[in-house]
Design a protein around this ligand. Structure first.
Ligand code: APR
Ligand code: ZN
Ligand code: ZN
Length: 362
């Protein structure tokens, strides 16, 4: 099958023919119909986050079940499914407490050491990164990392549910606990940030201030519920937020992964406000804040990972809100491409001009 392989960090993606194994145990073989280009995969393709080439990345996957392993109980051939990089065992203390993103045995969804690899090239093993490896014609995924969804959801929209939406909307609904009537700011209106905006609209935020360097993103964000846009390249962002809200926001979300914008998120809070940090920083990244200011103004800094999602609950919920017309997914999809165009599409993403590009031809 055709797949986009990372053969060296920073070397881009090579389209090659590789082999995929038959499903064993609780594995499901999925015919991939759409695979989203999340910014995190670009980080993983360039820097060492513990996943080593040769590897197949891609963790926003939707498709149709083509075959199931002998122990699979939840899926049958023909089901429409969404995959997610959240690897959870379902039995450890964190899983049983509902914190599946912090599972103590995430390797439970991968093949055991020494077992034949899921992916290989002329006998040489290739890492199926994150247990999803979605940048390929087919993907072999443990059933815990898959969710069945209503076939009425188109595949591109479905793929985004697997990361962008659970991370962005989940940060609002599960992690920050934004209440109706509160004022929200979102810094970084990419594929994840626009879903934070959607979450804020769903819970009834009084004001949703979108902040980005790109005017097209600010315009696009209105279709998700942004009430006020600020171009971060023009003047003092924090002063502008204070002016718009008469003192600051109740919740600020940083969805880029930069020191400067994380510090802005903390600085733009009103008394008692919460800054939720979502964007992934470079290895060893540090953030500074005025300690006395933080305690005097009773601010909170909230680290959010994968929107504290429980995928089996959250993904069907967002799919249903989409089908009811209450969650905008379609405007996230900037373009559909062939897998051969992945390098150009990632260059475009790096420029900050597009929301989500989705591979739909393999
Ligand atoms: N101020 C405001 N906006 C900025 C700035 C800045 N200094 N720098 C970049 N941006 C904007 C870009 O213009 C773009 O719209 O941030 C947005 C980032 O969006 P994407 O590149 O689409 O990234 P996304 O996939 O949304 O992921 C954002 O969340 O999950 C993590 O790893 C992911 O760290 C990444 C972050
Ligand atoms: Zn992602
Ligand atoms: Zn677990």
């Amino acid at each position: 099958m055709r797949a986009a392989i990372v053969n060296a960090f920073g070397g881009g993606f090579d389209i090659e023919d590789i082999d995929i194994a038959r499903p064993i145990g609780r594995e499901v073989l999925v015919d991939v119909k759409a695979s989203g280009l999340c910014h995190s995969d670009l980080h993983f393709a360039v820097n060492d986050f513990g996943m080593a080439p040769p590897m197949v990345l891609g963790h926003e996957v939707s498709g149709i079940v083509a075959a199931v392993g002998p122990e699979v109980s939840e899926f049958t051939v023909g089901d429409h499914v969404v995959g997610s990089l959240v690897q959870f065992c379902g039995a450890c203390l964190e899983c049983l407490s509902g914190r599946t993103v912090s599972c103590l045995r995430p390797e439970a969804t991968l093949r055991a050491d020494g077992a034949p690899p899921r992916l290989s090239r002329r006998g040489e093993p290739i890492l199926a990164a994150m247990g999803t490896a979605g940048f390929a014609e087919q993907a072999l995924i443990h059933e815990n990392q898959l969710v069945c969804i209503d076939p009425a959801v188109p595949f591109p929209e479905a793929s985004v549910l697997g990361c962008g939406t659970i991370t962005g909307a989940g940060a609002v609904l599960n992690a920050a606990g934004v209440r109706a009537g509160e004022a929200v700011a979102v810094i970084g209106l990419g594929g994840v940030g626009l879903n934070v905006v959607s979450g804020a609209r769903l819970v009834g935020a009084s004001r949703i201030i979108g902040i980005d360097l790109n005017d097209e993103k600010l315009e696009l964000a209105r279709a998700f519920g942004v009430t006020d846009g600020i171009n971060a390249g023009e003047g003092d962002v924090v002063a502008r937020v204070r002016e718009l809200t008469g003192g600051g926001v109740d919740h600020a979300f940083e969805v880029i992964g930069r020191k400067e914008t994380a510090e802005q998120a903390i600085a733009m809070l009103r008394v008692g406000g919460t800054a939720s940090l979502i964007g992934i920083h470079g290895a060893g990244g540090m953030v500074e804040f005025d300690a006395n200011g933080l305690l005097r103004e009773q601010k909170k800094v909230n680290g959010v990972y994968m929107g504290s999602a429980n995928i089996k609950h959250d993904i069907p919920l967002y799919a249903s809100l989409f089908l009811q017309g209450r969650l905008n997914l379609s405007d996230l999809i900037a373009s559909e491409i062939a897998i051969d165009e992945i390098n150009e599409a990632y260059e475009e993403l790096g420029s900050g001009r597009t929301a989500r590009t989705v591979i739909t031809r393999f």
